[in-house]
Design a protein around this ligand. Sequence first.
Ligand SMILES: [Zn+2]
Length: 408
Amino acid sequence: MKYPPKISVFGSLRTFQTLAVTGLVLILIALFFRGFSEQKGPEVRVLLSGDKTELSVLAPEGCDVYDMETSEHIKKNLKILRPLRVAASARGIVFGETLIRSREIRIVPRGGGAIRLDGKEYRGTIQIYLERGTLSAVNHVRLEYYLKGVLPREVNQYWPFETLKAQAIASRSFAVYRLTRSGGEEYDLSADTYSQVYGGKSVERWRTDRAVEATRGQVLVYKGRVFPAYFHSCCGGHTEDIEKVWGTRMDPLEGVKCPWCRWSPHFRWQTVIPGEKMSEKMSVAARGISRVDDIKAGKRDPSGRLESVEVLSGGKWLKFNTSDFRKIAGPSVMKSANFRIKKRRDRFLFSGSGWGHGVGMCQWGAFAQGLVWRRAESILRFYYPGTRIGKLRDAGRYDRGKTFAISE
Ligand SMILES: [Zn+2]
């Protein structure tokens, strides 16, 4: 019987040395790429709250506070274990027991931690401004972290992964577009529905984090530039032409027929507003209206949305732009501009389709497309025809207010 020959793993000292060097090189390469993949893109400035008389700050891991007018380092490694009150005063910003005679301070967390502001945790730094006797707080945070705080507030974390990826790319494109348009203001985006809803580190979830990471740096591009990928909850059957809403033409946002959101809970809606309530709302918002006697639909655009609404008051028909009318009646009750109006005795009955302005991606449609395994790229191509996916250049300098470099 033959014994198998003895096999030496290292053979000789020389082979061992070669292996060790190769291993070391591989580890260095891995570390390099890890560092590369951890670049989090440009910094975005998000308005968290404005017109406040006071804010509460918590920093259990420690923070540094700077006066941004004098660049003075006011507090070093300050651990704030209990909510600290930051208040507006005529002489400056009151930070706990300290009066900082400045109109702008910056709070920087230690060790890459987070700051808790009014109960919510945020990565990056917090800038507090004193203007006209009130405070506003702006979060300066890297784009990729910002997106991790947006996705769970904009879509359901349990939705199909390709839908989450499509949302990540749309949200990133929207944010970067705003950065390229940003001027001398103190912030680029707000944390509410006027931009996209942002909840900071507190709302981050595992699946939405993965969707942001899987699409890192990816943005929608149209004619070589980052594209403003608007989106909304549910289109109700046809997305809206941007020109009808904001008066600007943009080929990929002319509106498409969407058969995908039919099963959305917002596909059909109804709301009843008593005549008295309607009169009250209209009289507060519009001069010359004391009573609403009747309401009728104006012209419809090709997507089925109303361009205007007419209100009968004191024997005269007054015309309102539908988006103004929605604001007056309450945008969360009048969910879209696509509705019909009926008057039943002293009540107005509105029955409509969809939720939101209707421009760009229909999130419920994207959800249904994800359910049937459509890829993120196909979902985006469907809602933004003519656009393609590009990538922000990692090493690029990001100059706010200018066009960002995109790789093909
Ligand atoms: Zn739809």
